[in-house]
Design a protein around this ligand. Structure first.
Ligand code: SAH
Length: 335
């Protein structure tokens, strides 16, 4: 806890609130607070598993290879991915070693039920060396952000004190635009930049690729995106920590620059709908709908929700960081 009344920087507040939230609350699905892509359509995890398999082929089939997921939630994406890989790409299935990065002990226990062969890590620093394929869906948006507000030609910073926002002078701010209109808000996630920098260094030096799927703009923007969600609706971001899900838009343009500066080749960000269509998600869903006619409506509408621009297809993006000698991975060829 913080000292009573002492203002807490927004990123520190958010880190505390997000950790409490995932430690204690059933977040996912109809009975939870929000629904993520793998919980909407099993074809999502299947496509990503097959994407990892074909990327592994392009890497020259290293054996062993790490298959890593950051923030696996209920383990749904990876369970779907592994099922598809075992059926279609048994060579990759035999070579892969599963490693999961997960902070929440409660979610680790859920993941262990579905992914018993996994090895868990608190952060990416402890992953073993070697070539890796790394997946992260709605992970970066949960990482803490700072917010800066333009006041009188300078940047002030947002803090939280006694359940309310307050502004104070910014302490050692990150690089921010030199000019911005009065009242403009700039967001920055040092944690997201640190993760992306580490992933980029890793794939550049050890080989492989990291695929991040998340929501946020492709271009650099100003504006506030911190949001709280509870029971599938908007909530107060300053509700008691741990009771609501806090996320912010992932700012892909500056993260891509960080990845390049750390040696990775960067592909995308692409709209997620376009990426998933290029991977053939609608074909997989159509096949599943044919096999289970009583579920066909749900199967097809689930996959459509992921690709439709007005649903998740455009706001969500796919960004891939690769070893510089790897050809553009599947789905990113013409981007
Ligand atoms: N990828 C899943 C879950 C997304 S929710 C899905 O698509 O359904 C975010 C996930 O990241 C949760 O598993 C949460 O516990 C984990 N997480 C959030 N912040 C983290 C951090 N700093 N370190 C490790 N895991 C974190």
């Amino acid at each position: 806890m913080t000292e009573a009344g002492k203002p807490e920087r927004l990123d520190r507040y958010m880190a505390r609130a997000v950790a409490a939230y995932y430690a204690g609350r059933e977040a996912f699905g109809a009975g939870g607070d929000f629904t993520t892509a793998p919980e909407i359509s099993q074809a999502f995890g299947e496509c990503l598993g097959l994407w990892a398999a074909v990327t592994w082929e392009a890497m020259g089939r290293p054996d062993p290879v790490l298959l890593v997921e950051l923030g696996p939630g209920r383990g749904t994406l990876m369970a779907d991915a592994l099922r598809a890989v075992r059926e279609v790409a048994p060579g990759f299935a035999a070579a892969l070693r599963l490693h999961l990065v997960e902070a929440s002990p409660r979610l680790r226990a859920l993941q262990a039920e579905r992914l018993p062969s996994a090895i868990w890590h608190d952060g990416i620093e402890t992953l073993p060396p070697g070539p890796a394929l790394i997946l992260a869906n709605e992970f970066l948006d949960a990482l803490p952000i700072r917010q800066f507000i333009r006041r009188n030609g300078a940047w002030a910073e947002r803090f939280v004190a006694e359940g309310a926002f307050l502004e104070a002078s910014a302490e050692s701010p990150p690089p921010l635009p030199a000019e911005a209109p009065e009242g403009a808000i700039a967001e920055h996630s040092a944690a997201a930049h640190a993760v992306v920098a580490a992933l980029a260094r890793r794939v550049a030096s050890r080989g492989g690729a990291a695929l991040c799927l998340d929501y946020g703009p492709a271009e650099a923007v100003l504006g506030e995106s911190l949001q709280a969600v509870s029971a599938h609706g908007r909530a107060d971001p300053l509700a008691p920590p741990g009771t609501v899900d806090l996320t912010a838009h992932v700012l892909f343009a500056p993260l891509a620059a960080t990845a390049r500066a750390n040696g990775a080749a960067v592909h995308g960000p692409l709209p997620m709908g376009l990426f998933l269509q290029r991977l053939g998600i609608m074909t997989l869903a159509a096949l599943q709908a044919r096999r289970a006619p009583h579920l066909a409506g749900r199967i097809l509408s689930g996959a459509e929700r992921l690709v439709a621009p007005e649903a998740m297809g455009r706001l969500f993006k796919a960004l891939c960081l690769c070893h510089p000698r790897l050809p553009p991975p599947q789905g990113f060829e013409t981007a």
